[in-house]
Design a protein around this ligand. Structure first.
Ligand code: ADP
Ligand code: MG
Length: 728
């Protein structure tokens, strides 16, 4: 029996999935696996676990598990459901990589997909779960895909276990029509969301590159001229989000004395209305494309007074501006769900996280830049880069849909309909776009020797599988295949070292370092290094473009100071060899010594959230090391004394063991044929030079040989996490 507050009950009744409760629960009763499709905001994530709970799926000792591709969603949804059910977070809990509040009383457990994958390694049959819900399956995250593949085999062995796959789009054929995965097509339940019409306005022209400026002008116009209602802006990354927030706050500061509001009859200006039916792409396409009508916001809202005019203009109503992106601290993220202060208009400036996993209440206007920032990997060289590209039509429509949740809304697309029609229809599954060495190791540990035969919803490329197997063999995690037996190449069995590595929740290269770290009391340092390399981006971004001269000067000053700190953390003598890795160790040590406070992090250019995650991951890795080797009897000494000289040399060997194929040799002067190689390094796989970044402590030293954590292509091919290799 669930005792909900009356206002919660009333709000629930308005959600589309409530009307389908009988149908859904009957399908679940009759089938092992069911697919549920419903537009974002229809109530899938918050309500389905409650239906299952009330139908008794968590009575006795079975529990309900629900996976999310994003940590933000796992945390915030568990809290929301606990609140709706009027239950303790001891019962409705979450577990993400770095933390959780699961107890022995937990009945509904939200977790990231990676967490469930790890649990399968410990207990292949997932005995403690009665139901597994895979949420946001349309996002096609790598772990979600793999989980669906594994669960397709586990569920039949675990009758009467149930599997529910939930998707915000109807594009589920990769799961339902994939005979290798599920021999019989799965039943699909569609929930028709009550979606209010969203009028889509395309720009007549697509602005060249300044979509951020264009977005700013649109927001200003909406705020100045259109009736109340929240604004949700989609940009591509954290730096953009922040600079937009600053700009908006400057343009529309809080004022206590409000001016009067001018209401425009929007319908008067609407050129065409599109009813964004939840899934009917056909309907959607129909209305789009007739730009001769002049569907620019400009036309509807009068002449563009220009940027200057807008910044100076007197705001009618304060704008309550909030950022939203995955790396943002949870307290900050939580703000978007709370009502804005009375007499203000909410404006959320977000990255892709707001596209499907979170529903922000009260959004009436969406401003969509049409782009997305993604990490791209070169399949052969492993070099990665973040690139901003056009998003897919499916994503753009998801974004637009965010505007019509509570009343009719408007979506302003900062690109033309011609550009939209050139977008790819759907975004590709992540598994086809990234290296798969971690997955292959995990699968081998599950005794899936022939990974090529695994029932992937979408298989990774052959090249990626071969590269992964190759790396794992070179790390000693898989047995070397007998020579001249090409065909067994993709079925090398796992070694005992591989099993030990698979027990660590980090990438195989780092797992190898942990497995080797026992010498000379190095383990605490290796754990810290691995934690810092896994959490990534431990330093605040300092290279972003400044908005003004003054800011520029301030940032230069700050960079100089942070550079000084890094040199200090890099230490003296032998420890200098470890380069950027020593900086990571020093930064973590200094931060812990200072009690890991937000103030210390702020002053020293460290990302507070990253430091907390490193602390948690260090704890987990320490536990994992003790579990693999009870003799180790390691405990976590957060502060750590700096390593001794012999430890530094030992650490260097350990790092080399994990990153051995990431070796680069400095190009000697006599080899310099082309000026582009000046200060460059040669790597085995790349034809072009790679460089040490000016932020690296080794930038001035330029050692002859280095190993690097990764190569990231920005303005140049830069190595990150560089340490020197001593010549014998
Ligand atoms: P779906 O999973 O289908 O996208 P959700 O279950 O996440 O839908 O959300 C259903 C509704 O619950 C949303 O439309 C929103 O109004 C409300 N909701 C969800 N999370 C919160 C929250 N943290 N605070 C307030 N309302 C929320
Ligand atoms: Mg959801």
């Amino acid at each position: 029996p669930v005792d909900r507050l009356p206002e919660i009950q009333a709000a629930r009744l308005k959600l589309p999935v409530l009307g389908e409760e009988q149908v859904i629960m009957e399908a679940v009763r009759e089938n092992m696996c069911v697919v549920l499709c419903g537009e974002t905001g229809s109530g899938k994530t918050t309500q389905i676990p409650q239906f299952l709970y009330e139908a008794g799926y968590a009575s006795g000792d079975g529990i309900i598990g629900i996976t999310e591709p994003r940590r933000v969603a796992a945390v915030s949804m568990s809290q929301r459901v606990a609140m709706e059910m009027n239950m303790s977070t001891r019962v409705v809990s979450y577990q993400i990589r770095y933390e959780g509040n699961v107890t022995s009383d937990t009945k509904i457990k939200f977790m990231t997909d990676g967490v469930l994958l790890k649990e399968i390694q410990k207990d292949f049959l997932l005995q403690k779960y009665r139901v597994i819900i895979i949420d946001e399956a349309h996002e096609r995250s790598v772990y979600t895909d793999i989980l669906i593949g594994l669960l397709s085999r586990i569920v039949p062995l675990r009758r009467p276990m149930k599997l529910l796959i939930m998707s915000a789009t109807l594009r589920v054929e990769d799961f339902t029509e994939n005979k290798k995965l599920f021999p019989r097509p799965l039943p699909v339940i569609k929930v028709d969301a009550r979606q209010f019409p969203v009028t889509v306005h395309f720009n007549r022209r697509t602005p060249t590159d300044d979509y951020v400026g264009e977005a700013f002008r649109k927001i200003c116009k909406i705020h100045r001229m259109l009736p109340p209602g929240g604004i949700l802006v989609f940009l591509t990354g954290q730096a953009e989000v922040h600079s937009m927030c600053r700009r908006l706050r400057r343009a529309f500061p809080f004022r206590s004395n409000r001016g009067s509001l001018i209401y425009l009859n929007l319908n008067h200006f609407c050129i065409y209305k599109l009813n964004i039916s939840p899934f009917g792409d056909e309907d959607r396409q129909a209305g789009i494309g007739d730009e001769e009508d002049g569907s620019d916001l400009d036309l509807e809202l009068g002449d563009d007074p220009g940027d200057e005019g807008l910044e100076k203009c007197d705001p009618m109503l304060p704008l309550y501006v909030l950022p939203l992106y995955s790396l943002l601290a949870p307290e900050q993220q939580g703000k978007v769900f709370r009502p804005p202060p009375a007499g203000t208009r909410l404006c959320v400036v977000a990255t892709n996280v707001a596209e499907t996993s979170l529903t922000i209440p009260g959004i009436k206007y969406v401003v969509d830049c049409g782009r997305v920032k993604k990490r791209f990997y070169d399949r052969v060289t492993g070099v990665s880069s973040f690139r901003v590209t056009w998003t897919s039509q499916a994503s753009a429509n998801q974004r637009a849909g965010r505007a019509g949740r509570t009343e009719p809304g408007h979506c302003y697309r900062l690109y033309s309909s011609a550009v939209f029609s050139d977008f790819q229809e759907f975004s590709e599954a992540e598994i086809t776009r990234r290296p798969v060495d971690d997955l292959v190791l995990q699968m081998k540990d599950l005794n899936i020797e022939k990974v090529v035969n695994f029932p992937f919803p979408t298989p990774p490329s052959m090249e990626a599988l071969v590269a992964a197997e190759h790396l794992l063999v070179s790390l000693g995690a898989l047995e070397e295949p007998p020579r001249d037996m090409e065909r067994v190449r993709l079925s090398c069995p796992i070694t005992p070292l591989g099993r030990a590595m698979a027990a660590f929740p980090v990438a195989p290269r780092y797992a190898k370092m942990l497995a080797m770290g026992k010498q000379q009391g190095c383990l605490p340092y290796v754990i810290t290094l691995v934690a810092a390399m896994t959490v990534r981006e431990i330093f605040e971004e300092t290279d972003r473009p400044a908005a003004s001269e003054e800011e520029n000067a301030k940032m230069a000053q700050r960079r100089a100071r942070l550079g000084q700190m890094r040199r200090l953390w890099a230490g003296q003598g032998a420890s200098l060899l470890l380069g950027d890795l020593m900086v990571m160790l020093g930064a973590v040590g200094a931060c812990e010594y200072a009690g890991c406070t937000p103030k210390f992090c702020q002053e020293n250019g460290l990302r507070y959230k990253a430091m907390l995650e490193i602390r948690q991951l260090r704890g987990q890795l320490t536990t994992a090391v003790n579990a693999v080797d009870p003799e180790a009897r390691l405990y976590l000494d957060a502060k750590m004394a700096p390593p001794t000289e012999s430890q530094v040399l030992c650490l260097q060997q350990i790092v080399l063991a994990g990153l051995g194929d990431h070796l680069a040799r400095r190009v000697q002067v006599e080899e310099l044929l082309d000026p582009k190689w000046h200060n460059g390094y040669k790597t085995p796989l790349l034809d072009s030079p790679v460089f040490i970044h000016p932020n690296s402590v080794l930038f001035k030293t330029l050692p002859d040989y280095v190993v690097y954590q990764e190569v990231l292509e920005t303005s140049k091919m830069y190595m990150r996490g560089v340490s020197a290799v001593q010549e014998e």
